[in-house]
Design a protein around this ligand. Structure first.
Ligand SMILES: [Zn+2]
Length: 231
């Protein structure tokens, strides 16, 4: 009899611990901040790494996101954000192929729908395709289910079309929140920001070879390096 009471008491204790942990976890998810974080950095001179906002970087690191990394590695990561096709991608792919360089292309739903042949070419030539959402909306103001839909509708569309499963995510406009990172991480995505970008989205500045070349070469830094081109 005494043994039975001890066993019941023990079972109740386990249940209480499980319930307690469950309450903590669900409360933690509810209280994740939706406050908008706009990714920003301050360029440094003399090829030193840029200064990243420490609060943003801390949250990004917590969710194993990528922006800048090991200063021991002389590696340069090329990433292109493709909201729409401005007529340069085929040429970019030619140059990458000639130089045996692989890049990451973050695409939107519009890009996939209008340029399936270019996306197919990226995959066939060994590049990585990343998720830049269906509609390129700023995610922090959306509901959980809207955020998930923005990511997963594109994920499924690319998978259905080319049997390709994306694992890297770049938030539209570089805007995210702790809640956004939590959702993207739960969906199996690694969030990728950047450590250098310039205004090549400005159509008035496109096509000026020296302008872009100068900006890029001036800002190379011996860190994991992500160059973004956002249209
Ligand atoms: Zn973009």
């Amino acid at each position: 009899m005494k043994e039975k009471i001890v066993r019941i008491a023990f079972a109740l204790l386990i249940m209480a611990i499980v319930l307690f942990q469950f309450t903590i976890l669900s409360r933690a998810t509810e209280t994740l901040s939706s406050e908008l974080i706009a990714w920003g950095l301050k360029r440094s001179d003399n090829h030193n790494p840029p200064k990243l906002d420490s609060a943003s970087l801390e949250i990004l690191n917590e969710y194993h996101g990528i922006a800048i990394g090991n200063s021991e590695e002389k590696k340069l990561y090329l990433t292109f954000d493709l909201g729409y096709e401005a007529g340069y991608t085929a040429q970019i792919l030619d140059v990458l192929k000639e130089n045996d360089v692989k890049a990451v292309f973050f695409i939107t739903g519009h890009y996939l729908n209008t340029q399936p042949d270019l996306v197919k070419r990226m995959i066939e030539e060994g590049h990585t395709i990343g998720n830049h959402t269906v509609n390129h909306k700023s995610l922090p103001s959306l509901s959980d289910s809207e955020i998930e839909k923005e990511i997963m509708d594109l994920h499924k569309a690319l998978y259905d079309k080319f049997d390709y499963e994306m694992t890297y995510f770049r938030p539209p406009k570089g805007e995210f929140s702790e809640k956004v990172l939590n959702i993207t991480t739960n969906l199996g995505y690694t969030t990728v920001l950047w450590s250098f970008a310039y205004d090549d989205w400005d159509e008035n500045k496109q096509g000026r070879e020296d302008y872009g070349k100068k900006k890029i070469l001036e800002n190379l830094h011996n860190r994991k390096y992500s160059f973004t081109s956002c249209h």
